[in-house]
Design a protein around this ligand. Structure first.
Ligand code: XMP
Length: 511
């Protein structure tokens, strides 16, 4: 990579957002926790610039994350954001203060002076603040270049060493000129030229794999989700039929999904896809199981078993390819957080099969970048823009025991709901939407007869990152049409409800 920015992570909640914002400006950015990269390594990597992220601490806390102050003198431009700004002040010998009455949270008016960081930025504008401590006295060599009513130093710089710091968050969309400020840092201060584009990425990756994987047989678990699909097409373009994709159809997919995946990848892209119809095996395993975690574990284990059996019949496989993306890489380096649900990802590494190597063509990309690459490669938009679908599939959308009958009822209800969303042109207004088959039966009346059938819940959420989500305010008439079609057209359902819980405290999936 010829041009890259280091996002030095001090534990801020926006670290990934910062990297994404940099990449949106066509500059590659990578995130490293502050305690995982030494000053020597930073020098070796030849970064064009460094961004210190925010963080929850106060620089004077004993346990606060700090860094070798030599980082300010290695000749690489630095932009400190929030805690990163205070850290820069602290390392440089300035003064940081905690004062309850100077804390700012939310949209705040900031006034800036003339400086390269603020080229094309209005003298007064709204920025996003979230801090208690503030920089009381900038270090020697620094000048204040922005302030707010409560914060005497909302930004500072040392032009000689190209060190910049902002107390506010330019990466957050509420900061009106945030994008411009980052652009000014990247292009005006660091001298970046904008080499990171997805056209380039696709061409470069295909070329690299043509060489690296020549003569090797590569196996990929294809789920039909966007990540494994893009990885499959990239690899196919590099090595053709030396790529074998195994698509395990566990019978827990949505209506027609298995056929669509097979048709698209085999038919349209000529990829060597083996579809394993394993519905019966999975249903046998799941019979009588209603505990959600147990369902997930069983499906995960069975998936690996089926995959292994298939792989063992393929002769020598040299490489296992996986659709890992950058957030997975960043998050896995972070230690363990509380397990809320054990997420089973189709494509997880079976640890009993041995390969010479694992390849992860998308491990440097964020989701939006994966979608751009997919579009570049000509993958149809239904797949590139597909909403997320959990590895354990409809099993986590059927409360209680899973049976073929329940799966079929749910598939129909889900298809009707999706049709109505599409019909109303709302596919891009909501980030994930689906039906859930609850375990609750209730009384209804159809014709003159009493019914006693299942309740279906409809769920639609709006979110940026699926860590938090709002329930989508779908128009009543869309809900009405979906609801009445579901009870009228599908046997076995007598009631439809709409889920109006946000995440947290609920999760997106019901199990
Ligand atoms: P939750 O339910 O945890 O879901 O709020 C957040 C997002 O993750 C998806 N999800 C999964 N994806 N394997 C996956 O690959 C899983 O086991 C799984 N569980 C939930 C969910 O659909 C939502 O997009």
């Amino acid at each position: 990579m010829e041009e890259k920015i280091l996002v030095l992570d001090f534990g801020g909640q926006y670290n990934q957002l910062i990297a994404r914002r940099v990449r949106e400006q066509k500059v590659y950015a990578e995130i490293k926790p502050y305690d995982k990269i030494s000053l020597e390594e930073i020098k070796k990597e030849k970064y064009k610039g460094i961004i210190f992220t925010g963080g929850p601490n106060s620089v004077y806390d004993g346990a606060a994350p700090r860094y070798d102050k030599g980082i300010l003198d290695i000749g690489i431009p630095v932009l400190g954001i929030c805690y990163g700004a205070q850290l820069m002040a602290y390392l440089g010998g300035g003064e940081v203060c905690a004062a309850e009455n100077s804390s700012e949270y939310g949209k705040t008016e900031v006034t800036v002076v003339n400086n390269v960081l603020f080229d094309d930025v209005s003298e007064r504008s709204i920025c996003w603040m979230s801090h208690t401590d503030f920089i009381k006295k900038p270090p020697e060599g620094f000048s204040v270049i922005a302030y707010t009513a409560n914060c005497p130093c909302a930004a500072m710089y040392d032009g000689r060493r190209k060190l910049y710091a902002v107390q506010f968050h330019p990466e957050v969309s509420h900061t009106v000129y945030g994008e411009r400020i980052l652009h000014n840092f990247l292009y005006g201060v660091c001298g970046c030229t904008g080499m990171w584009t997805m056209e380039d990425f696709a061409a470069r990756t295909i070329k690299k794999y043509r060489k690296e994987l020549a003569g090797k047989k590569v196996l990929l678990a294809l789920s039909g989700g966007v990540d494994s699909s893009v990885a499959a097409v990239l690899l196919q373009k590099a090595i053709g039929n030396d790529l074998v994709c195994v698509f395990v159809d566990h019978g827990l997919l949505r209506k027609n999904e298995g056929d669509i995946v097979e048709r698209t990848f085999k038919g349209r892209f000529g990829i060597n896809v083996i579809r394993v119809n394993a519905e019966k095996r999975f249903l046998e395993k799941l019979a009588g199981v209603s505990d959600p975690e147990k369902k997930r574990k069983l499906i995960g284990e069975e998936f690996i078993r089926v995959f292994e059996e298939e792989a063992s019949g393929l002769g020598k496989i040299n490489v296992l390819a996986q659709g890992t993306i950058y957030p997975d890489v960043v998050e896995s380096g972070k230690g363990s957080s509380a397990v809320i649900k054990s997420h089973h990802n189709v494509g997880g590494l079976p640890d009993t099969i041995s390969f010479e190597m694992i390849t992860e063509p998308l491990r440097d990309l964020f989701k939006d970048e994966v979608r751009k690459v997919g579009t570049e490669l000509g993958i149809p938009k239904e797949i590139v823009w597909r909403q997320p679908f959990p590895g354990p599939g409809l099993a986590v959308r059927i409360i209680g025991e899973i049976t073929k009958e329940k799966l079929d009822i749910l598939r129909e209800a889900d298809a009707v709901f999706c049709e109505e969303i599409a019909q109303a042109g709302l596919e891009t207004q909501t980030d994930q939407y689906f039906a859930v088959l609850t375990d609750l039966r209730s009384v209804g009346v159809k014709g003159d007869a009493r019914t006693y059938s299942y309740t279906v819940a409809l769920r639609a959420v709006t979110t940026d990152d699926f860590m938090t989500a709002e329930w989508t305010r779908l128009p009543y008439d869309v809900l009405e049409r979906a609801g009445s079609r579901i009870v009228n057209e599908i046997c076995g359902i007598s009631r439809v409800v709409y889920d109006i819980t946000s995440k947290p405290p609920a999760t997106v999936e019901w199990e």
